[in-house]
Design a binder for this molecule. Structure first.
Ligand SMILES: Cc1cc2nc3c(=O)[nH]c(=O)nc-3n(C[C@H](O)[C@H](O)[C@H](O)COP(=O)(O)OP(=O)(O)OC[C@H]3O[C@@H](n4cnc5c(N)ncnc54)[C@H](O)[C@@H]3O)c2cc1C
Length: 400
């Protein structure tokens, strides 16, 4: 019988399920809402295609791609405002739609679960814009993309680095008309925790009625120096608005209490990636390239391939950009090269949330605050060491 990646490493990317020709793998959610493949042993014909498609079991390391980095933002104010950072993803997506391509990304469903969907029309692009802090569901998406690629349709896929690696492993073939965009990823939060939090907010803010819209990356309080806020808009003109540094869900996310277990040992980080382009928030731009920071959001852009370079070049009259070094790119954004922490209290926190005890979590956070500060200092020190190692190995490669 095939042996898939163990639970600590499995990212839930769906490559194994998508490649299974006897349809015997089901993605099942655990009590924290993270999905894992379950093989129906009675139906399995032991072809082992699932093992071969797993990006975790077949880690090869990405060769040096001469990755280059930019600070960039869109000149379209409206588009940029709806985006998490500088709106470069929105510009790329528009370019693909202009060329009659199809764009895949993560959107909220009616109940605020997060799912990958396909957009073919600019008027629907807003559904994909902005970061959603829950691991997105990919059910059926890889197969759908393959069918379209075989028909010759231009595709832009965007997702987490592990989802992108999963898609590439499943396809097992290079397509000139597939552009993959991943992002600098801190980790993916539990879908269960996210849903519980939306329900909790609805109870606290609006007698249990779900919000009409949620924006986890509102720039109404600014963007620079992590000033963005979370805004939940309700039907009766009421709203909840909090700086992300003060919002309970964002505190749990950034302090690594609710991420998928595999995020603590992420294998898909680094300057070189399987994607064509990597996007991120250019945290630290205010120190590194202050002329690129107007408090409206600046993207970090890493270009890994000729395809990525070509499409980024085609945006040149719609964006402002400046070349930076890789060291500048990661200086204040450790998530580019470093996994999130593995928190001892993670299971306890998630178990409490799954019982609906959102209020008790506040107390737990307070009691771990001291330890949290220490672990953040440790994290920053180890990020400095890693960056130094990366710098040395890159400068050696450049000299060769
Ligand atoms: C869970 C998560 C963690 C992140 N962590 C960091 C970080 O530590 N450091 C950093 O610099 N940047 C991080 N980012 C990326 C950053 O917030 C922006 O998404 C990125 O800078 C692109 O911004 P943009 O303005 O160009 O476009 P945006 O309009 O903000 O980007 C939208 C794109 O993001 C995709 N997306 C949104 N939510 C999800 C999701 N849950 N799963 C898969 N794809 C999704 C959409 O499909 C769409 O393609 C994270 C994003 C997410 C979703």
């Amino acid at each position: 019988m095939p042996e898939l990646a163990d639970r600590k490493k499995c990212t839930g990317c769906t490559a194994c399920q998508s490649v299974c020709s006897s349809d015997c793998i089901e993605m099942k959610a655990d009590s924290h809402g993270f999905t894992f493949p379950v093989i129906n042993r009675n139906k399995c014909i032991e072809c082992r295609k699932c093992e071969k498609a797993c990006p975790v079991l077949n880690l090869e390391g990405v060769p040096d791609q001469n990755t280059i980095a930019f600070a960039a933002y869109s000149l379209n104010r409206e588009l940029r405002e709806k985006s998490s950072s500088g709106g470069i993803w929105g510009e790329l997506a528009k370019e693909i739609l202009d060329r009659h391509g199809h764009v895949y990304g993560a959107a909220y469903d009616r109940d605020y679960s997060v799912k990958h969907i396909c957009v073919t029309n600019v008027s629907d692009l807003h559904k994909l814009q902005g970061a959603k802090y829950s691991q997105s569901e990919l059910a059926g998406i890889f197969k759908e993309i393959k069918v379209k690629l075989e028909m010759g349709i231009l595709i832009l896929f965007s997702g987490t680095p592990c989802q992108t690696a999963g898609l590439k492993m499943y396809l097992n073939k290079e397509y000139d008309h597939l552009i993959c965009v991943d992002f600098v990823c801190h980790g993916v939060p539990s879908p269960m925790a996210w849903k519980q939090y939306v329900l909790y907010r609805a109870r606290e803010d609006n007698h249990g009625e779900l919000p009409l819209s949620v924006n986890m990356r509102s720039k109404e309080t600014g963007w620079s120096r992590y000033q963005y806020s979370n805004v939940y808009q309700y039907g009766n003109n009421s709203m909840y608005s909090k700086k992300s540094t003060e919002d309970l869900f964002m505190k749990l996310f950034t302090a690594d209490f609710i991420n998928r277990e595999s995020c603590a040992a992420c294998q898909f980080k680094g300057y070189d990636r399987v994607s064509d382009i990597t996007l991120g928030d250019f945290w630290g731009v205010w120190d590194i390239a202050p002329e690129m920071d107007d408090n409206e959001g600046t993207s970090l852009v890493l270009i890994h391939s000729d395809k990525g370079a070509d499409i980024f070049e085609s945006l040149s009259d719609r964006i402002k950009c400046r070349r930076i070094t890789l060291e500048q790119a990661s200086r204040q954004n450790p998530s580019l090269i470093q996994s999130s922490d593995s928190k001892k209290e993670r299971k306890k926190v998630l178990d409490e949330i799954s019982c609906g005890n959102m209020k008790d979590i506040n107390r737990l956070l307070d009691s771990t605050d001291g330890r949290l500060r220490i672990s953040m200092i440790q994290r920053n020190i180890s990020a400095c060491v890693r960056r130094a190692v990366h710098r040395i190995s890159h400068s050696r490669n450049e000299k060769r």
